[in-house]
Design a protein around this ligand. Structure first.
Ligand code: NAD
Length: 275
């Protein structure tokens, strides 16, 4: 049984901050020990800015995460790549192979959220959500097929509990995450004969930049952002505590080393969804 990622090479999209950073650090952790490429984007190619400059973290932030990985004694690489671009996805995989020597674990984590009831949703909001959350996963996975097949690698797509159940104001986001779960199970069956495993993680709620935006936008009258956040944690999570990037990183290390697990969408959510 393989429980180590020593001599493995990983690539994490949207890896500069939040969940992606947590996954990148967990994969690089001394016990796991992968070398890690961190891909992120400075500005999005298209779409309205729902949380302005805060929605993307930028290449400098990717460089800071790469430096943290380097400080753990692993080789690291920061890559500027927008996952909505086929050319960027191809060059991000090529840079990882060229600079780090291959690719064994692809983590498709880049994602965006916004709040919009269906009646008021504009096409740009729908389009950007699907461009990043769904097409970005497809393009990243497609670009990595040759090297993953050659090395018997694996893919971990970051979906959400929003890929298991609906939520008001999030029809576009939930539809995109259901799509990631469906893509993951289909792709797992396509690549099983090549010994490439494809799984997803469905995180619950984490106070990353994404939830700073949601907690602020969903504030009840007179409520602070902290109170809004706490209300959602208590309402939504049976275990009564939020998830952390380290929790998601732990699941990523498990899926990266679980040789007989493929096609799964693993909830890491304190009991929000039980299927
Ligand atoms: N925070 C939560 O509660 C939560 C819950 C379930 C699932 N998720 C999912 O986890 C993933 C990470 O979210 P997070 O909470 O860390 O959010 P975040 O906003 O902190 O991080 C998202 C990262 O993705 C990057 N990114 C956005 N668009 C990109 C693009 N086109 N190309 C490359 N990088 C891009 C951003 O720059 C940022 O670094 C997302 O897919 C999100 O949908 C988050």
């Amino acid at each position: 049984m393989t429980t180590t990622l020593a001599n493995k090479i990983a690539l994490v999209t949207g890896g500069a901050r939040g969940i992606g950073r947590g996954i990148a650090l967990a994969l690089a952790d001394a016990d796991a020990g992968a070398d890690v490429a961190v891909a992120d984007v400075d500005t999005l190619a298209a779409g309205a800015q729902h949380y302005g400059d805060a929605r993307v973290s930028g290449f400098e932030s990717a460089q800071r995460t790469a430096a943290e990985i380097g400080a753990r004694g692993r080789r690291a690489l920061a890559i500027g790549a927008d996952v909505t671009s086929k050319a960027d996805c191809e060059s991000m995989v090529a840079a990882t192979v060229r600079e780090l020597g291959g690719l064994d674990v692809l983590v498709c984590n880049a994602g965006v959220v916004s709040l919009a009831p269906v009646a008021a949703m504009d096409e740009a909001t729908w389009g950007l959500t699907f461009a990043v959350n769904v097409k970005g996963v497809f393009l990243s996975c497609q670009a990595a097929i040759p090297t993953l097949v050659a090395r018997g690698g694996c893919i971990i797509n970051i979906a959400s509990v929003a890929g298991k159940n609906g939520a008001p104001g999030l029809a576009h986001y939930c539809a995109s995450k259901f799509a990631v779960v469906g893509f993951t199970s289909s792709f797992a069956k396509e690549l099983a004969a090549a010994n490439v495993r494809v799984n997803a993680i469905c995180p619950g709620i984490l106070r990353t930049q994404m939830w700073e935006y949601l907690a602020e936008t969903l504030r009840a009258p007179g409520e602070t952002r902290d109170q809004s956040w706490q209300r959602y944690v208590q309402q939504l999570i049976p275990l009564g505590r939020p998830q952390t990037p380290a929790d998601i990183g732990q699941a990523a290390v498990y899926l990266a080393t679980a040789a007989n697990v493929t096609g799964q969408a693993l909830n890491v959510d304190g009991g929000i969804e039980l299927h």
